[in-house]
Design a protein around this ligand. Structure first.
Ligand SMILES: C[S@@+](CC[C@H](N)C(=O)[O-])C[C@H]1O[C@@H](n2cnc3c(N)ncnc32)[C@H](O)[C@@H]1O
Length: 245
């Protein structure tokens, strides 16, 4: 995946982003299916890539809707929340070890849980961080803490960190059965493969969770590794729960 930042050297925000990511700052945009181009438009960081049909798609992170009371009510009914909370009613500390575009991270944070989210891709981290900063400026509270890091390496470096729940949503395998997926998911599918094996990720997650590890899988997908204690099934996804205590 080739990542570039669009802008010229006088554009300080673009220049700083390119430096943080260690990628080229280019004035003339290149866009192909194996590249992602980042640019600021009206103060919003956008990622532009090309989908399977050759059409350009633009993605940015917007979390402002998460502030609404209605969103909080909806979140309560989500299977993810049921899987993560179990019968627990208070605030949980949660590690979302595979953040992606942070939809799940934000759902968990919306319910008042203290969430730390890890993402190994630098540009994806920047995209989410940009959305989170705009949400914070518009008064949104209960925000997650974001870290740009590979999960197994980060957990090994922070051997003292423990969380009530560790949540894992590694990349879904392509089934080829559905039409084009939603654009955020399509973008995530263009990400690099898992760097750690499922076994390694689950083992380290279990060693740091006080209550449980929750793994999101496609409804017909296999287990990430080893059999869970139980699963909560939706129409398209399943949450496998590995109890720790
Ligand atoms: C399917 S997406 C997660 C989607 C996310 N749950 C959401 O709601 O947007 C998987 C993400 O995990 C990241 N990832 C995969 N393995 C990782 C690892 N070992 N450490 C950190 N991030 C990882 C990928 O880069 C990708 O962005």
């Amino acid at each position: 995946m080739i990542v570039t930042v669009e802008g010229d050297v006088s554009d300080q925000q673009a220049h700083e982003l390119a430096e943080r990511l260690g990628v080229e700052l280019i004035a003339e945009p290149i866009c192909s299916s194996d590249s992602v181009r980042l640019r600021y438009r009206d103060g919003v960081l956008q990622a532009i890539t090309v989908d399977q049909s050759g059409a350009e798609m633009t993605v940015s992170a917007d979390y402002v809707e998460y502030a609404s009371v209605q969103r909080r009510r909806q979140a309560q009914g989500e299977l993810l929340i049921k899987a993560v909370q179990g019968r627990h009613r208070g605030t949980l500390t949660i590690l979302d070890a595979t953040m992606g575009m942070a939809a799940d991270t934000m759902l968990m944070a919306t319910m008042g849980h203290k969430v730390v989210a890890l993402e190994k891709s630098g540009w994806l981290f920047e995209l989410v961080n940009d959305g989170l900063q705009r949400a914070a400026s518009s008064g949104l509270t209960d925000l997650p803490e974001l870290v740009c890091a590979e999960a197994v390496a980060w957990l090994n470096q922070h051997s003292d960190r423990r969380f009530d729940v560790v949540y894992l949503d590694p990349m879904f395998a392509e089934t080829g059965k559905r039409a084009l997926p939603k654009k955020n998911m399509q973008l995530l599918r263009q990400m690099a493969e898992l760097e750690s094996s499922g076994e390694e990720l689950l083992a380290v997650a279990k060693s740091r969770a006080r209550l449980r590890v929750v793994v999101k899988r496609p409804i017909k997908g296999g287990w990430l590794a080893g059999s869970p204690n139980y699963s909560i099934k939706g129409q398209r996804v399943r949450f496998d729960i590995y109890s720790v205590s």
